[in-house]
Write a protein of this length. Structure first.
Length: 256
């Protein structure tokens, strides 16, 4: 009786030719010439400077993330609008990506109740116009610069249902908190029916040992506006002190 043959032994993989040959100075298109790279460095620096100057005096912010596709009348739109009002009640400026949908609703909630409303928009191949509920707005060309600015001026994130962009912002923030790059930063997920499968996925990650119980505790999942408001308030009161507002310096041509 012969041993059963291993399918991989009976059907060996054919040899694969390399896509390029490093030994003869070949590479792949990708990194540009030195002049292009230097120009990119200056473009990024200018974008950061533009954003920092525009947002420096907007005050402490809570940023709200979510899909641009939910229109007025949708339950998630109304939830975001209420979240904007609740954030304003805490004294924070409401910051969003500045576009329509969830972003518009959160800005609107603050705007309609006398709060300050700010947008940090992104220039896309298809134009995303700033929503009409903004006191201050800046448009950025690079996603990563925009995320730096949103995080820099925020004391908490409120994340409503959204797509790839929202997930990108959520998980990058959780990674920064988990690794200690930023600390004492509350993240509130709103939309239990939408995010329950994601929380179940996170629970499975914990069971498999890829995240810890502590990591799972970085997220507060709720549909209750009061609970979300209290969660942010507690974090801020425990970890920050009130200071005098910064004043613009005339010799830097700064404006409030």
């Amino acid at each position: 009786m012969t041993d059963q043959q291993n399918p991989q032994q009976s059907n060996p993989r054919p040899p694969i030719a390399p896509l390029f040959n490093d030994s003869v100075n070949q590479s792949l298109e990708g990194p540009k010439n030195r002049g292009s790279e230097l120009r990119f460095i200056f473009q990024v620096g200018w974008e950061l400077l533009k954003g920092l100057r525009k947002l420096h005096f907007v005050g402490p912010c809570v940023t709200v993330f979510g899909s641009a596709r939910f229109k007025e009348g949708h339950p998630y739109y109304e939830m975001a609008r209420q979240a904007g009002r609740a954030i304003r009640e805490l004294g924070f400026t409401v910051m969003t990506g500045g576009g329509p949908g969830i972003m518009e609703a959160a800005n609107r909630g603050a705007f309609e109740t006398g709060g300050r409303s700010v947008g940090c928009n992104i220039r896309l191949p298809f134009e995303q116009q700033p929503n009409p509920y903004l006191h201050t707005s800046v448009t950025i060309n690079f996603f990563f610069v925009r995320k730096v600015l949103l995080l820099k001026y925020s004391y908490a994130f409120v994340v409503l249902p959204g797509g790839w962009g929202t997930m990108d912002e959520l998980f990058e923030t959780l990674t920064l908190v988990q690794t200690g790059v930023i600390q004492q930063f509350p993240v509130v997920l709103m939309g239990k029916d939408y995010y329950q499968p994601l929380m179940a996925f996170m629970e499975d990650m914990k069971k498999r040992g890829t995240i810890s119980e502590k990591d799972l505790g970085l997220v507060c999942l709720t549909d209750d506006i009061d609970e979300a408001q209290q969660h942010i308030q507690t974090y801020v009161q425990q970890n920050y002190k009130v200071i005098s507002r910064r004043k613009p310096l005339w010799w830097l041509l700064e404006k409030v």
